[in-house]
Design a protein around this ligand. Structure first.
Ligand code: ADP
Ligand code: MG
Length: 463
């Protein structure tokens, strides 16, 4: 060994150097890179540091090594150079995943393998509330939920990747964290990484820049389950995507479970190259539909129970929230938190009136401004029929069915009553509207392509 056993003083110096660099570059950069460095020793004016992968080494050398040397020189004027060595990564991974937020020690000192710490740094922290136990299952999300459970429960890879998609705030991230938590609890020897597609690409582009995709693959190869959130943000040059595609395939070949989320289906990932796009759809694709009233009510009930079980909130108020705050589950939760906090502060019971008063802005934002006329126009366009036939007496299927769709959408997207809607459709009776709503609901159950069609229209009208 060229390096002498480390003196106590040198180690103390190293701690000071690290602390200074940390203050200079900020917490994020520090955690992502510098924290992974181990201190090997100081000999003949050369400081030797270690790290687990070539790609991290190159990154640190290109960005920080000059600063490290300057900071060392402040401690010890004899220091001429700082070198960073790659040490063979140990594959064993510490199981205590989130314990090191404040720990100043590095891998070498705590016995945590450097690769393990690189992995932990790669994985974003998990939200403790995002568990399966806290996930309310309803019609709109039951399929995605079942698929997520399946992945979490089975040690074998059944479908790869699992691709979850749906609009903002419908629970994609929640389900991904739930998978990660579940595995950590039940099969702790499986190694799980969760990160955003942006973070994943960031690491990947760095690896490419240093012509070190091997290190990247190596870093991710020791993972059993890789969860990548929000892949709609993946973009970039074709060559980058090409490499990403190969890495992705390599992981699949090695039987690593991959779980992907996005706000749209694979085929609509317009910034993603065709081959990768289609590859992403090869496993199981499961979507989270917009919430329905039952699901929203279930969620508010559960949140109330978790948040403030002893604070009485009238059921009517909870129903009111589920009815009126329809867009995003996060908003629904936010509304409940506001009500509970307010009741706590002012010490007055929650009522429907106080709720409406308190949430005025939010409610206004959630009021849909879609009009029945607009719905009729869009639906007519979509089915390629004359707008006039929305209100005419013609009963041919090609006309009657779209009209029913428009009635159904009017019922679900506006606050108008059945008789109101009937009037707008050529003075039809409210029972006709009711029948239309039921008919369309039936068809949505029995015919999935029809259901998608209606869903598409709804999203267009809402967006
Ligand atoms: P997405 O990633 O799809 O945008 P999130 O997973 O971040 O949405 O969910 C937004 C918020 O709504 C989170 O606080 C999440 O816990 C909550 N949420 C969404 N769906 C459900 C559900 N079915 N049950 C309980 N909470 C939910
Ligand atoms: Mg999300």
């Amino acid at each position: 060994m060229a390096v002498e056993p480390t003196g106590f003083d040198d180690r103390a110096r190293w701690e000071r150097v690290r602390a200074r660099l940390r203050a200079e570059i900020g917490e994020t950069q520090y955690r992502s890179w510098v924290r992974q460095l181990g201190f090997e020793g100081l000999t003949d004016g050369v400081v030797t540091l270690t790290v687990a992968s070539r790609f991290v080494r190159d990154w640190i050398v290109s960005r920080y090594v000059d600063r490290l040397r300057a900071l060392w020189a402040l401690e010890d004027a004899s220091v001429r150079a700082v070198t960073v060595d790659v040490v063979a990564p140990e594959v064993a991974m510490a199981q205590t995943a989130d314990d090191d937020e404040t720990a100043p020690a590095d891998g070498a000192q705590t016995g945590v393998a450097p690769l393990a710490s690189a992995l932990r740094n790669a994985s974003a922290p998990l939200d403790v509330r995002y568990t399966f136990a806290n996930f309310v299952v309803g019609k709109p999300n039951e399929f995605a939920h079942a698929a997520a459970r399946r992945v979490a429960d089975s040690a074998e890879v059944k479908f790869n990747p699992l691709y979850l998609y749906g609009g903002v705030g419908l629970g994609k991230t929640h389900l991904m964290h739930a998978i990660a938590w579940h595995i950590r609890e039940h099969i702790p020897e499986r190694r799980v990484i969760y990160l955003s597609a942006e973070a994943f690409m960031y690491q990947f582009v760095r690896a490419l820049r240093f012509k070190d995709t091997m290190a990247f693959k190596e870093l991710f190869r020791s993972v059993d389950v890789l969860l990548i959130d929000d892949v709609q943000f993946i973009s970039g040059k074709e060559s980058t995507q090409e490499e990403f595609f190969h890495t992705f395939n390599a992981l699949v070949d090695q039987n690593r479970q991959i779980v992907i989320s996005a706000d749209r289906q694979p085929k609509d990932l317009d910034r993603v190259e065709e081959r990768l796009r289609s590859r992403l759809g090869w496993g199981l694709v499961a979507d989270l539909h917009p919430t329905d009233y039952e699901l929203r009510l279930g969620i508010v009930l559960a949140r109330h129970e978790a948040l403030a079980p002893h604070l009485p909130v009238p059921h009517r108020v909870l129903e009111f929230l589920a009815h009126r705050i329809t867009g995003n589950v996060r908003e629904l939760e936010g509304a409940l938190i506001r009500i509970v906090a307010h009741a706590n502060f002012v010490g007055r019971p929650v009522t429907l009136d106080s709720t409406q008063e308190l949430l005025r802005d939010l409610l206004r934002a959630n009021d849909r401004h879609v009009t029945i006329e607009e719905i009729q126009r869009r639906v007519a366009e979509h089915y390629n029929m004359r707008l006039a036939d929305m209100t005419s007496d013609r009963r041919a299927r090609a006309v009657a069915r779209p009209r029913q769709v428009a009635m159904f959408l009017s019922k679900s997207l506006t606050q108008r009553s059945l008789p109101d809607i009937g009037r707008k459709f050529g003075g039809r009776d409210h029972t006709t509207v009711m029948h239309a709503v039921r008919k369309i609901e039936e068809l949505r159950q029995s015919d999935s392509s029809f259901a998608e069609d209606v869903e598409l229209l709804r999203r267009m009208l809402e967006g």
